[in-house]
Design a protein around this ligand. Structure first.
Ligand SMILES: [Fe+2]
Length: 386
């Protein structure tokens, strides 16, 4: 296993491994009192130079993190506070469309999924958040397990296919994101592409694959392997990956390395490639995407969703916002945000150029099967990938 930087220098990776590891676990939602799954023995004995002091958030470089207000709060008119783990332009574009349609201003706090879930749990009944938008379902499932999410009406849930909603019906799916393998044709001919994500654990892939194991995008893929193949196969796969993989801070550094011909393949979400292609022009892209399909764990489709907090003093406004997220105008705004995620409504077309959602042939795993990332984190810690 090798550890790569993000272009900002390697120093962050190797300085103070223990404190990095603590911060890393914190970011994953593990080092918070009741949420701590591991004893201190493991915390202090771990020597894996994997941890990322600032795991790559959905908010990538150049994107604003922090709090922004969308719309103008009007006297006597309500406003909402949204905590969002999504890319800022995703949330802000949709919030702007909502504010324009309703006159309701929205305060958006952007950070990573686990950080926001931790914050909501810590804030409890006094949380200022009315709505939580998670980039990936596990953070919402964690809040659901804690009883912090209010039921969503059947009318809202029925706007998107049921498989994208949680079993408890306490949040709603908003967007889909496909797991893909990005590869450099200059280093790897198409005929040599792996048939399955599981192949990447084989010896011939040593040094040829990049992963971002701390990403909230990657952890559900690990859960998918556990769910589909069982714990023993998943452990052997993770051990192989620990031997073979180069560790990156996030999807974008993986994509950049493949683009630069420094790395043969990497596991990322589809939209990072399309966003870069939109920036530089598709003809300039040297990397290509490989879709595993065939219900392979590497073809996992993750769901981004939104829920209303039980603590919200504005439950009706908050539910109105959820209804907008899955409405035709809301899903159109999602497509217009140029984040290249898939809308979930069948009557709203995704951005041109995306492989149709219906052709991805993902494994049949919904948010309920993928759970809260806990099993995946424990496995990756065990094999030294976290
Ligand atoms: Fe992402």
């Amino acid at each position: 296993m090798r550890v790569e930087g993000d272009g900002l220098g390697e120093r962050r990776l190797y300085a103070g491994r223990l404190s990095i590891r603590r911060r890393h676990l914190f970011a994953l939602g593990l080092a918070t009192g009741a949420g701590l799954v591991l004893g201190s023995r493991r915390l202090v004995s771990a020597q894996t130079a994997v941890a990322d002091p600032e795991p790559d958030p959905e908010a990538e470089e150049g994107e604003e993190r922090g709090t922004v207000t969308v719309g103008t709060p009007a006297p006597g008119q309500g406003s909402l506070t949204v905590y969002s783990g999504q890319h800022p332009e995703f949330t802000e574009t949709i919030a702007a469309a909502f504010a324009e349609a309703t006159g309701i201003a929205i305060q958006i706090r952007t950070a990573e999924d686990p950080e926001l879930a931790n914050q909501i749990i810590a804030e409890g009944a006094s949380s200022p958040a009315d709505v939580f938008i998670a980039a990936n379902s596990p953070a919402l499932m964690r809040l659901s397990e804690q009883g912090l999410l209010a039921p969503v009406s059947a009318e809202i849930l029925s706007q998107v296919p049921a498989r994208y909603n949680p079993p408890a019906g306490d949040w709603v799916g908003v967007a889909a994101r496909a797991t893909v393998l990005v590869y450099a044709p200059s280093l790897l001919p198409e005929t040599a592409l792996p048939k399955s994500l599981l192949d990447l654990a084989k010896p011939e892939w040593q040094g040829k694959v990049g992963i971002a194991p701390a990403e909230s995008d990657f952890l559900p893929v690990v859960t998918a392997v556990i769910e589909l193949e069982g714990e023993d196969v998943a452990r052997a796969w993770a051990e192989g990956l620990a031997r073979n993989a180069t560790i990156y801070l996030g999807n974008t550094p993986i994509l950049r390395a493949v683009e630069a011909g420094q790395l043969a393949t990497g596991v990322i979400n589809h939209y990072y490639w399309f966003r870069m292609a939109a920036e530089v022009g598709e003809a300039e892209m040297r990397s290509k995407l490989h879709y595993f399909g065939h219900k392979d764990p590497g073809a996992l489709v993750n769901v981004s969703g939104a829920g209303v907090l039980t603590s919200s003093p504005y439950p009706e406004l908050a539910q109105q916002f959820l209804a907008f997220l899955v409405s035709e105008p809301g899903q159109e705004a999602l497509v217009n945000s140029n984040t290249f995620e898939y809308p979930l409504r069948s009557d709203v077309a995704p951005a041109p150029g995306l492989k149709p959602l219906a052709e991805l042939d993902p494994p049949d795993l919904g948010p309920g099967d993928l759970g809260d990332n806990q099993q995946a984190i424990e496995l990756l810690l065990d094999v030294g990938l976290l």
